[in-house]
Design a protein around this ligand. Structure first.
Ligand code: MSP
Length: 658
């Protein structure tokens, strides 16, 4: 038995709080990938679920005065319902309190202990209950707070079992080095290699002091299995590894495991593959770690009151625009994918959602569909009046190219780029309508020409219907209905043109995305806190720009750590396959350096050469699109565009800014 399914996973989510836009991001991206592969004819198996054995979950249940099992049952239902309402079409929703999962964990623990990969020892160290992680003393400062989340650490001193992670360090490194596509995007691969370079120590994989979790087998005093060791195995449980004999290989190994950047290097790209190596199982084909959504430049947190609940955001959009809820939900999905943080973090904002809604959805996509169908009804009684009509050049070439480009980007899980490529089709057709003016052709009595032009537009709508399905399934179905197609066209039909036959009768045009009215739009500007969360400080609408500086101060010594200097751009060139980035060669005193800057939307390379700029010179180098960037250009941000800071007069390059 070999692979039959394309197996896609999300992380399983902790159920100590309800879903928010961060957890929704990973799930929406996974759903869009699953839909994309399904549309291309693959049998897909899409797994998501809940991580219920964590001590912090148990603690929250206790705080709420509920039996923990009842609490996790209720919370798992909240997650499943939220995902269904967001049009997430998962195949299996796994829960780590299921018996079959506990059996997997027990069996793996036994096997690895027999093999000597799990052994008994004792642990003294600092523990973060929130991240469920032990930290080496060398990683924590005098204030004893978690290096990841900043929360206070607890001292633990207990007997425990260890997993022999150190034994897999060199195999892991070699595997990552010789499989460049194993960890994506590139920046995460480098982070993982950096993490490995620090050296691996064995990890504690049992915890005492709690009975919530999977008991360590055959040792009454062994405590419970560490929640991460337990949770990672959900991906194996779901394949039926224990029950289905060789049959589980129709799923194993996973083809695409998606997650946020926080749980990639250490857990999914180190402990997880090492566990699989120990079990002598094939490793996942591809791990993808996206960046984070920030709100007002900060991590979402209950105490700041900036945690957004996805369903409330979709509901608010419906209320504000009059858009039907399934389409507003799709608009939210579109925004999440279009703004998805890939390499670095990105800002989530209701204003950003409004802008995408009014611009990309109401003005661009919605308007193109509506005007095309309306003209077909007005001029041709809603019928493809001639079987001779064909998609015209140069549009046919544009459609072909853009479908290929979008496909390639979706393969890379780069939805921002993929959707930009899709929207190029909309711009091309709008330009073509403006040039051809089918309304004028009709007036002049040239019905055939007008029909030909509108047929080209109609085929664009059919292609767009297929292309947007992974992002906006309900909208794609609505467009298919308006085109009177039995289903959303599969991917293979998106590069086969002239599929709408002569005589085809179209459905009725109905606007999908009513524009947000200015006076209503403010409704979206309200904070949407998670149900049951403490209210926190209301978000100040006016404090958007400088609020970081107003809320958090730094000391002069902290500022002095920044090495900000004047440099001169000596060479500039676009970074291939992006439309935001430029590669700059800069002169910084006696040095020449390369930096990658996100300014291509505001400046051409020619405009930059010779200019003096301000750079942060002691930023840790980062690899961006395969280029090592040694510093960061400083710029003002205006409407999302970068505007250069230039010294008032020529100064020697390398001059210090203070
Ligand atoms: N339970 C573990 C995963 C175990 S998988 C074997 C866990 N759960 S979580 O609920 O805390 O986080 C799940 C996912 O949500 C992670 O991929 C995380 O990166 C993502 N996000 C949580 N907040 C986020 C943002 N603000 N932005 C983007 N994604 C973030 O970790």
């Amino acid at each position: 038995m070999g692979k039959r399914y394309y197996y896609i996973t999300t992380p399983i989510y902790y159920v100590n709080s309800t879903p928010h836009i961060g957890t929704a991001l990973t799930t929406i991206v996974a759903d869009a990938c699953a839909r994309f592969y399904k549309r291309r004819g693959r049998a897909v198996y899409f797994l998501t679920g809940t991580d219920e054995n964590a001590p912090k979950v148990h603690r929250v249940a206790q705080e709420q005065g509920k039996p923990t099992q009842q609490f996790v049952d209720e919370m798992a239902e909240v997650f499943a319902r939220t995902w269904r309402m967001l049009h997430i079409e998962y195949d299996v929703f796994i829960r780590t309190t299921e018996e079959r999962h506990k059996r997997t964990v027990t069996e793996v623990f036994r096997r690895l202990r027999e093999k000597g990969d799990i052994y008994k020892g004792s642990y003294q160290g600092w523990y973060c209950l929130s991240c469920e992680t032990f930290w080496a003393t060398s990683k924590i400062g005098a204030e004893r707070s978690c290096p990841d989340c900043g929360k206070p650490l607890e001292w633990r001193d207990e007997p425990c079992y260890y997993f022999r992670l150190s034994a897999y360090e060199s195999r892991l490194r070699e595997y990552i080095q010789s499989n460049p596509h194993f960890i994506q995007p590139e920046v995460r691969r480098n982070e993982t290699l950096g993490f490995l370079a620090e050296g691996l120590q064995d990890v504690a994989v049992s915890r005492s002091g709690t009975d919530w979790g999977v008991p360590v087998p055959d040792d009454p005093d062994g405590g419970v299995v560490y929640v991460w060791f337990d949770a990672l195995l959900n991906y194996l449980t779901a394949t039926g590894w224990l029950e289905r004999g060789e049959e589980y290989l129709d799923l194993w190994p996973p083809d695409l495991q998606l997650m946020g950047k926080d749980i990639l290097p250490r857990f999914h790209a180190t402990i997880w593959p090492a566990m699989l190596m120990a079990l002598e199982l094939p490793l996942p084909e591809r791990l993808y770690g996206h960046g984070w959504f920030l709100v007002n430049q900060k991590k979402m947190s209950k105490s700041l009151g900036n945690v957004y609940a996805p369903l409330e955001v979709a509901q608010a959009l419906t209320t504000a625009s009059g858009c039907e809820l399934p389409y507003a939900t799709d608009a939210f999905r579109y925004y999440m994918l279009r703004e998805m943080p890939t390499d670095s973090d990105a800002e989530f904002s209701l204003e950003g959602l409004e802008t995408r809604y009014n611009g990309d959805l109401a003005n661009d996509l919605g308007n193109l569909v509506h005007r095309t169908l309306s003209m077909m009804h007005r001029y041709f009684e809603g019928r493809v009046a001639s079987g001779e009509w064909r998609v015209e050049e140069p549009l046919a070439t544009v459609f072909q190219r853009q479908v290929e480009r979008a496909t390639e980007a979706f393969e890379q899980v780069d939805f921002p780029r993929g959707l930009r490529e899709v929207w190029e089709i909309i711009s091309a057709v709008n330009r073509y309508y403006d040039e051809q003016a089918p309304w004028a052709q009709m007036k002049a009595g040239d019905t055939q020409r007008a029909g030909q032009v509108l047929y080209t537009g109609l085929e664009a709508v059919r292609i767009l219907c297929g292309l947007i399905e992974p992002a906006m399934p309900a909208v794609a179905h609505a467009i298919a209905t308006q085109l009177n197609l039995p289903t959303v066209p599969p991917w293979s039909e998106l590069t086969e043109f002239n599929r709408l036959p002569g005589g085809h009768i179209l459905g009725q045009p109905t606007p999908i995305f009513p524009r947000l009215q200015a006076e209503k739009a403010t409704k979206l500007g309200q904070p949407h806190r998670l149900e049951g969360e403490p209210p926190g400080e209301p978000k100040k609408e006016t404090a958007r720009q400088g609020d970081k500086a107003m809320n958090e101060t730094i000391t002069i010594d902290e500022f002095k750590r920044l090495d900000i200097r004047i440099a001169r751009v000596v060479q500039a060139e676009p970074v291939p396959k992006t439309d935001k980035l430029l590669k700059l060669t800069i002169e910084l005193g006696d040095e020449t350096r390369t930096i990658v800057a996100g300014i291509a939307e505001t400046y051409t390379p020619e405009q930059l050469v010779g200019k003096q700029i301000v750079v942060l010179a002691n930023l840790q180098p980062a690899t961006i699109r395969g280029i090592v960037s040694e510093g960061m250009l400083l710029a003002a941000e205006v409407d999302g565009k970068a505007i250069l800071l230039i010294p008032d007069r020529e100064v020697p390059t390398g001059s210090i800014v203070r």
